[in-house]
Design a protein around this ligand. Structure first.
Ligand SMILES: Nc1ncnc2c1ncn2[C@@H]1O[C@H](COP(=O)(O)OP(=O)(O)OP(=O)(O)O)[C@@H](O)[C@H]1O
Ligand SMILES: [Mg+2]
Length: 517
């Protein structure tokens, strides 16, 4: 393995306080990248901002849906508006510290419990605890929120940010709270918060795709059930989901659709100029000595990534982060675009090829050249039966190298995933040899055999590690075995595919354990 240069002074060598390619959504709280200065392209002149602002200007509360593709900047967009309305509006809106992430296992009580706990967490971080405890409603909610947390692990860890508050000797009788009582508490809390000088509440409910993915019927029921909660006066519910959520989930529910504000607000990807502006702003804001820094990559590489990922900032930043251990040397310098492209491509190939047979690899490379593709199209091109292609497509999809994009009649269209996209121009490296020759060559080299052996050893080490720990997350495994998260992710999929382990999802978190015989 190449020697990787790491250390807490990594970014200092480039002249930065911290990583300029951090993938977290921008927030008002961030000390180095305050949202007002780091955010680009979502100002009041944009359509998305205008619609959202008009929605919030309606007195009395409401419900709106924000849609956009993965990683375009949806969460950051709403964080920005929460910040504006909390600090710079004549009619200030109270908001929680973080967005509330809705998961598929939630029932009404969890939904309300989470909202109440997040509101309290914010109140406690904003005002003195004594002030909060003087208010009987806040005090009661604080009491049961703690108990509620113990029984409902889906509550965000941020909800634990309560700073004590009750003396050990104090006896608090926590009633068994019904859904209607919870709703009553919610309404009362809204009134109490308004007494603190706010015109209403801005609730940011994010990651609705977590609901959608699992089961459409359950999601429909969830929305039917929370309909009454959504109508509490002076609360602005802003839901964030991926494209198509309104059409699939909200539109078919007449009673739910009627309480939503118009159509969803669509957040599109930023333009090339805006993405460059965003990166330059990060360089500027993070520079230790004002504007004295070494850019890790050339601007033209960012432009290349913009084209590759259709402007989706999360993937652009992810790719830069993936490259980082490869390009960071003891002496900080700007890597050329040509080198950066080559390294990115090689990295993806390294992590991909070892999981695939030559035919699967060959087919993937072909798919990388296509906008989208169907089984029939590949079957024609490779002169293989559709059943074989189907098996390969399943395999590539399990490994997140391709994904099902849309169904049109009998046709199922797939696309290459963002992860595999850098393989698009892989062929250039092998000077025009055709795909079949390449795959034969790959197959016959010792390198492939060595890779396969080292992969087997790694899979065995992962299994042993899970056996020892019982249940683990990918990051534990990456840390312990000192391998990249991307490799662990692929290995976990492989082990699930082979039937060695199973995965349990809890919200956005995934846990892995050995499959019972
Ligand atoms: N307008 C913007 N200006 C500058 N940086 C941005 C902007 N929007 C997003 N970013 C950055 O892009 C990355 C992705 O943003 P964000 O998490 O908001 O996207 P998202 O659409 O919510 O992603 P996901 O679909 O994964 O939830 C983050 O690193 C964020 O800081
Ligand atoms: Mg988001």
């Amino acid at each position: 393995m190449n020697e990787i240069y790491v250390g807490q002074d990594l970014w200092e060598k480039y002249g930065f306080h911290t990583n300029p390619f951090d993938t977290n959504p921008l927030t008002a709280e961030s000390s180095f990248l305050p949202i007002a200065e780091a955010m680009v392209g979502r100002g009041s002149d944009t359509k998305e901002s205008q619609i959202l602002t008009n929605f919030l200007r309606n007195r009395g509360g409401g419900r709106i849906l924000i849609e956009g593709n993965i990683g375009v900047g949806k969460t950051t967009f709403i964080n920005y508006h929460r910040y504006l309305w909390e600090h710079y509006s004549r009619d200030r809106l109270f908001t929680t510290n973080r967005e509330i992430s809705v998961t598929s296992r939630w029932q009404i009580s969890q939904f309300l419990g989470n909202i109440l706990a997040s509101l309290l967490s914010k109140l406690l971080s904003q005002f003195k605890e004594e002030k909060i405890l003087k208010n009987s409603i806040f005090k009661e909610v604080l009491a049961f929120s703690r108990v509620f947390y113990n029984y409902n692990y889906t509550i965000e860890a941020s909800a634990l940010g309560f700073g004590g508050g009750f003396g050990k000797s104090e006896q608090i009788n926590v009633p068994n709270i019904s859904e209607s009582q919870l709703l009553e508490y919610f309404s009362l809390m809204v009134l109490e918060i308004k007494k603190l000088g706010y015109a209403g509440l801005f609730l940011h409910l994010d990651n609705l795709e977590l609901l959608n993915r699992e089961d459409l019927r359950r999601t429909h029921t969830f929305f039917e059930e929370i309909r009454d909660i959504l109508q509490v006066t002076d609360v602005y519910f802003v839901f964030v989901a991926k494209r198509g959520f309104f059409r699939e989930v909200i539109s078919p529910l007449e009673r739910v659709r009627s309480i939503f504000f118009g159509r969803p607000v669509v957040v599109n990807a930023l333009t090339k100029e805006q993405v460059l502006d965003a990166v330059h702003r990060r360089y500027h804001l993070l520079s230790i000595t004002k504007d004295k820094f070494i850019a890790p990559v050339e601007d033209s590489f960012i432009e290349y990534l913009h084209d590759l990922y259709g402007g989706r900032l999360r993937y652009i930043m992810d790719a830069l982060n993936m490259l980082l251990p490869e390009i960071a040397t003891k002496r900080a310098e700007t890597i050329s675009t040509e080198q950066a492209q080559k390294k990115l491509k090689n990295l993806v190939a390294e992590q991909t090829r070892e999981h695939l047979t030559p035919l699967e690899w060959n087919l993937l490379l072909f798919c990388c050249q296509q906008e989208n593709f169907t089984n029939g199209y590949l079957s024609n091109h490779f002169s293989l039966p559709t059943s074989n292609i189907s098996r390969i497509l399943n395999r590539l999809s399990d490994l997140d190298m391709i994904y099902l994009d849309q169904k049109e009649g009998k046709n199922i269209y797939y696309r290459v995933s963002e992860f595999a996209k850098p393989l698009k121009d892989w062929k250039d490296d092998v000077m025009g040899k055709n795909d079949t020759t390449i795959s034969r060559e790959i197959d016959s080299t010792n390198k492939t055999r060595q890779l396969q052996n080292s992969r087997k050893q790694r899979l065995n080490r992962i299994i042993r590690f899970i056996q020892e720990r019982g249940e683990i997350q990918q990051k534990d495994c990456a840390e312990f075995l000192k391998i990249s998260l991307a490799t662990v992710s692929r290995d976990m999929k492989e082990l699930i595919y082979l039937g060695n382990i199973v995965c349990r999802e809890d919200g956005k978190q995934k846990y892995y354990r050995i499959k019972n015989p």
